[in-house]
Design a protein around this ligand. Structure first.
Ligand SMILES: [Zn+2]
Ligand SMILES: [Zn+2]
Ligand SMILES: [Zn+2]
Length: 195
């Protein structure tokens, strides 16, 4: 079964308007934009304040009862383990002195990773990228964009150029969808996080 929710806040990501993010710490695990930002900031704060990384949960970035990884500097909270794998799994982990976290051992998260791959292929950002790959943008248009992005003598990088094309694509969709209030709001919301 494909799980289609943010693994941190449980918002439904199975909507073409919600862009899915990869969890900043756990490979190929789905989160929403705000949660990815929250987790990223929480780690940066620990590092900046010289606090141990296993003071917060690697999954949700909260404190609480934490289980420390036996091989790395991270930890995971009991609530996250319970909510993703059930009470039985938590009991097993509590008995295991050599428990390895979900960064160090990806076996328990394989199913969730499959869900991430499937959701990712449907996300707004990937849809925009695919559309852009298929779009035959003319040399003149590209040149125009390049000139627009030029900073003094500095040529824009290919990434900057691509980012602007994705932005343009999403805003065109936003424009097309302007009469459809729900889509409009969702695209506007994503626009805020993206740009
Ligand atoms: Zn979330
Ligand atoms: Zn947690
Ligand atoms: Zn670990």
């Amino acid at each position: 079964m494909i799980e289609t929710i943010c693994s941190r806040c449980s918002i439904d990501l199975d909507h073409p308007c919600y862009d899915i993010q990869e969890h900043p710490l756990i490979p190929r695990i789905a989160t929403c934009f705000p949660c990815a930002g929250f987790i990223h900031d929480a780690i940066q704060l620990q590092i900046k304040d010289n606090l141990p990384l296993n003071d917060i949960c690697q999954w949700c970035s909260e404190g609480g009862s934490l289980l420390l990884c036996s091989t790395c500097e991270y930890a995971c909270c009991e609530d996250c383990i319970k909510s993703h794998f059930g009470l039985g799994a938590l009991d097993e982990i509590m008995k295991d002195d050599d428990w390895m976290c979900f960064r160090c051992n990806e076996k328990p998260i394989e199913l969730l990773q499959t869900s991430f791959d499937s959701l990712k292929s449907k996300s707004v950002y990937s849809t925009a990228l695919t559309a852009i790959e298929e779009e035959n943008i003319s040399d003149t248009e590209l040149e125009f964009l390049r000139n627009q992005l030029k900073d003094g003598d500095e040529e824009p990088s290919d990434e900057d150029l691509l980012a602007v094309r994705v932005q343009k694509y999403i805003f065109e969709k936003l424009h097309e969808a302007r009469l459809d209030a729900e889509w409009y709001l969702l695209y506007a919301l994503i626009g805020q996080y993206l740009f």
